[in-house]
Design a protein around this ligand. Structure first.
Ligand code: MLT
Length: 427
């Protein structure tokens, strides 16, 4: 492998160091490109541009590999708890029993919200999309915890902000949901586990005992782990670039939530279930639907990925979990059968194979969320709760590395200099 790259510009040769990652990824370090040559690189959508060096998540899209801090996603999804994986992502190592206990206790102790935050929920129409409410409420935490905006806060203070956010996001999600339905808000039960407490706040009732179904708890734990981090995706890049201005963690995460809401990003899981329900309602065959996809009349949501040119390993795990969970819950959802037919039809069709289009994490996750009794506009909120420890780890990594503010260059293609024309002279 070459240790340096040569660029010849205007007949002059320039050498740039080549950087190699711990998994053999190669990059040309162009930090001095503009100073030396006056040129910048242009890579719309950053398809070929590394924004940072990171030690959190490794992803090989060609081989369908995903590892958090070196641990394969398959092992973590089947063996670990979500808080264990959260600790791994944020602090870099799997916790010992006592470290996990302390982490869980600290988080569960902070699950309550300031009573005034209810006024924010009341300010939204009940039809508001929960992702908009979620980002607004997270941003409002800067007001209840003003110390969180101090860019010189010490590590202990930053760690308390991290723990508070891990603790409060599920409560915010559950309270905004119940508020939108006019249901009484359920206060957190710190003695419960992270997933259990969230389900209790979502579906519990003040005058009834609440029974937690271990199948549902396990399903949520798995889905949260699978969504926990995915290196430099759009919402994580957003969190990092906002964080690079030394904005608070709450503001950076609120920005990440808004990015994730986009239908090309986390919002895709809601789009998938709505697509499957439309197919079911229209009665169109999956064969005919696939034909319409190829003529670009309709989109096949949940298929294809910027980085995976192979199976998204998360989709494989979720697909297996789908059958298991729906059987255990005794749910017979025609959407699952349609999803499997679509997948089979696509995977045996050269049109998709040639374009390396495979089901991604959003294709099957919606079917499980639906079986857990969640409205489709809440699916992306689930994604956000799962993604939170990854966003936090990325924000912390950037902050600890003292990375400079993110400020890309551009190539201006607009009008060259021209003089102001007074209004009466304009045609
Ligand atoms: C994600 O997990 O964030 C999505 O798969 C999108 C991505 O990685 O670009």
């Amino acid at each position: 492998m070459s240790k340096e790259a040569e660029i010849i510009l205007d007949g002059k040769s320039y050498k740039f160091p080549v950087i190699e990652g711990s998994e053999g990824e190669m990059a040309i370090d162009i930090a001095k490109l503009r100073d030396l040559t006056g040129y910048v690189t242009l890579d719309t959508g950053y398809k070929n541009t590394g924004a940072t060096k990171s030690a959190i998540t490794f992803l090989d899209g060609e081989k369908g590999i995903l590892r958090y801090r070196g641990y394969p996603i398959e092992q973590l999804a089947s063996k670990a708890s979500f808080l264990e994986v959260s600790y791994l992502l944020i602090y870099g190592e799997l916790p010992t029993t006592s470290q996990l206990e302390i982490f869980k206790d600290r988080i569960m102790k902070h699950t309550n919200l300031h009573e005034d935050i209810k006024k924010i929920f009341d300010g939204f129409p009940s039809s508001a999309h929960p992702m908009g409410v979620l980002s607004s409420a997270v941003s409002s935490l800067t007001a209840y915890y003003p110390g969180s905006i101090d860019q010189n806060a010490n590590d202990e203070e930053v760690d308390l902000t991290i723990v508070r956010l891990m603790a409060k996001l599920p409560t915010i999600a559950a309270w905004s949901y119940r508020n939108s339905k006019g249901q009484p808000l359920m206060y957190p039960k710190p003695k419960l586990g992270y997933c259990e407490n969230f389900l209790y706040m979502m579906f519990g009732h003040p005058n009834e005992d609440f029974t937690l179904d271990p199948v549902v708890v396990e399903a949520l734990n798995t889905l949260f782990i699978l969504h926990a981090d995915h290196e430099q995706n759009c919402s994580t890049s957003t969190v990092r670039i906002v964080g690079s201005a030394h904005a608070s963690l709450y503001s950076s995460i609120a920005a990440g939530i808004n990015a994730l809401w986009g239908p090309l990003h986390g919002g895709a899981n809601q789009e998938v279930i709505e697509m499957l329900e439309e197919i079911q309602a229209s009665g169109i065959s999956t064969k005919d639907y696939i034909a319409k996809v190829k003529t670009k009349e309709v989109r096949l949501m949940g298929f294809g990925h910027r980085v995976y040119k192979n199976f998204d390993p998360r989709a494989n795990i979720i697909k297996k979990a789908c059958d298991d969970i729906l059987n255990k819950l005794g749910v017979n959802d025609p959407a699952l059968a349609i999803a499997k037919e679509l997948e089979q039809a696509a995977l045996s069709d050269p049109y998709f194979v040639e374009r390396k289009l495979y089901p991604n994490v959003d294709f099957y996750s919606g079917i499980i969320y639906k079986a857990l009794g969640l409205r489709s506009d809440l699916f992306t909120v689930m994604f956000a709760i799962g993604r939170l420890p990854g966003w936090i780890a990325q924000w912390k990594e950037l902050r600890d590395a003292k990375e400079p503010i993110g400020r890309p260059r551009q190539i201006y293609t607009g009008y060259t200099e021209r003089d102001y024309v007074s209004i009466e002279k304009r045609k």
